[in-house]
Design a protein around this ligand. Structure first.
Ligand SMILES: *[C@@H]1O[C@H](CO)[C@@H](O)[C@H](O)[C@H]1NC(C)=O
Ligand SMILES: *[C@@H]1O[C@H](CO)[C@@H](O)[C@H](O)[C@H]1NC(C)=O
Ligand SMILES: *[C@@H]1O[C@H](CO)[C@@H](O)[C@H](O)[C@H]1NC(C)=O
Ligand SMILES: *[C@@H]1O[C@H](CO)[C@@H](O)[C@H](O)[C@H]1NC(C)=O
Ligand SMILES: *[C@@H]1O[C@H](CO)[C@@H](O)[C@H](O)[C@H]1NC(C)=O
Ligand SMILES: *[C@@H]1O[C@H](CO)[C@@H](O)[C@H](O)[C@H]1NC(C)=O
Ligand SMILES: *[C@@H]1O[C@H](CO)[C@@H](O)[C@H](O)[C@H]1NC(C)=O
Ligand SMILES: *[C@@H]1O[C@H](CO)[C@@H](O)[C@H](O)[C@H]1NC(C)=O
Ligand SMILES: *[C@@H]1O[C@H](CO)[C@@H](O)[C@H](O)[C@H]1NC(C)=O
Ligand SMILES: *[C@@H]1O[C@H](CO)[C@@H](O)[C@H](O)[C@H]1NC(C)=O
Ligand SMILES: *[C@@H]1O[C@H](CO)[C@@H](O)[C@H](O)[C@H]1NC(C)=O
Length: 322
């Protein structure tokens, strides 16, 4: 063993590091596979060059720089030492570079300075995906689990729903590492786009998944006039909140009409059209139905109109008489 290396090793083994005097910022430093990292000391270039700068990795010499440089074979072509500050740069990082780095600097005419830190090397994240069991989900009945997966070192996972952070609730629970979200039971409001944001200190990835929860029909209603005049076209429109969209059937006075549209059209209003219109919405996945009744009356608009004319004419006559 080389003498310089030997003494450097002795110095490291015998002198405990004093945290307060470390010339390296507290770690850990992070690097990506294939990337580079710089161990920057807190020192400014001194008036007189350092007598020696020595770096070790897991207590094995990387470089010891005095009047000569002794460099470890594995580090030879991928380090650069700044002799004026003692800072060391290391590139072409691999997982094998994870560990403890120590520096020992002997200034000209002063006591030895030391520092220690650790390096964590991360595999870049790639190919994030969200998976869930292929099942038809029904609100209030089914449960499901979304699982976020990615290749590489995962440090943290965050879930976003429709652009906002997803919060745990009675029916939404996260695994400890956030890798899975359990929805039990699923509800109507769980429909939407789920993103999982996977990150580590050197990279991040997002995966997206649309969750479909079948529900309804709910909130069924008929939109249309309450009264119509003879000869007019009348359009009644039925709607309901439902996934998948509900199918509709129309009854008139308890008799099926055969109309199975959202729209029920009366081309020319006649007296025989007066009565009750019932719209029934059916969801073919949930198997649920809901109905609503709309009462169509004969319009009193025409008599009202003639009555108004009459009143005006009476008033007009009255005015003339004054
Ligand atoms: C030792 O390495 C340092 C930093 O790379 C360099 O500045 C210096 O010239 C080298 N010394 C010798 C003797 O090669
Ligand atoms: C990243 O994952 C590899 C295994 O794939 C492991 O050896 C390494 O320690 C991990 N890095 C960190 C910083 O956890
Ligand atoms: C959880 O689901 C149940 C049953 O569907 C529901 O009554 C309850 O309101 C839900 N809780 C929350 C916090 O959404
Ligand atoms: C899990 O997610 C929550 C909320 O999004 C976040 O605060 C927490 O740091 C995450 N935990 C992990 C281990 O990713
Ligand atoms: C994700 O990585 C990109 C660069 O790839 C960066 O610009 C962005 O800030 C990162 N986002 C988060 C949340 O870390
Ligand atoms: C989810 O649905 C939206 C529209 O509702 C669409 O733009 C988006 O591409 C879908 N995302 C996925 C992952 O299928
Ligand atoms: C029914 O629809 C109305 C108006 O669109 C809405 O305000 C209400 O919240 C809905 N009710 C339910 C139970 O979804
Ligand atoms: C129409 O509905 C009313 C209540 O809104 C009811 O009294 C009447 O019996 C119904 N008529 C028919 C033919 O169903
Ligand atoms: C709906 O109406 C169309 C034409 O009016 C018909 O071909 C179809 O079979 C009907 N569907 C149902 C479910 O009644
Ligand atoms: C429908 O029912 C109403 C009462 O709700 C009744 O006045 C009307 O004559 C009925 N029409 C037909 C065509 O049965
Ligand atoms: C259920 O209804 C939807 C939309 O109304 C339709 O696209 C789908 O084919 C129907 N499925 C079955 C099994 O009838």
């Amino acid at each position: 063993m080389d003498y310089t290396l030997f003494t450097a090793a002795i110095v490291f083994l015998t002198s405990g590091l004093c945290v307060g005097q470390s010339v390296l910022p507290p770690g850990p430093l992070t690097g990506a596979i294939g990337g580079r990292v710089k161990f920057t000391t807190t020192l400014s270039p001194p008036a007189k060059p350092f007598v020696s700068v020595s770096w070790t990795f897991n207590r094995v010499n990387i470089i010891t720089s005095t009047t000569v440089n002794i460099t470890n074979a594995d580090h030879k072509d991928r380090i650069s030492l700044d002799r004026t500050t003692g800072s060391l740069e290391l590139w072409n990082l691999g997982l094998r570079d994870q560990g403890e780095y120590r520096v020992s600097i002997i200034p000209d005419g002063a006591l030895e300075l030391q520092g220690a830190t650790t390096l964590d090397v991360y595999v870049l994240l790639s190919a994030a995906t969200i998976t869930s069991p292929p099942a038809t989900l029904i609100a209030g009945i089914s449960s499901t689990t979304l699982t976020c997966e990615a290749a590489g070192n995962i440090s943290s996972i965050q879930w976003i729903k429709d652009g906002l952070p997803l919060c745990p609730s009675n029916n939404i629970t996260f695994s400890v590492d956030n890798r899975t979200v359990h929805l039990s039971p699923v509800q109507r409001i769980d429909n939407g786009e789920y993103d999982c944001l996977v990150s580590n200190p050197v990279s991040n990835r997002t995966a997206s998944h649309n969750l479909t929860v079948n529900f309804g029909p709910q909130n069924i209603s008929i939109d249309g006039p309450l009264a119509a005049s003879t000869g007019y076209r009348v359009s009644l429109s039925c709607s309901a909140d439902s996934i998948p969209p509900a199918t509709f059937t129309w009854m008139f006075n308890r008799t099926e009409t055969g109309v199975n549209n959202t729209l029920y059209i009366i081309e020319r209003m006649e007296a025989l059209h007066i009565g009750n219109y019932t719209c029934t919405a059916t969801n073919n996945i949930t198997g649920l139905k809901d109905s609503v009744v709309h009462k169509l009356r004969a319009s009193s608009a025409a008599p009202m109109w003639s009555f108004a004319l009459m009143v005006t004419s009476v008033l007009g006559v009255g005015l003339l008489q004054l």
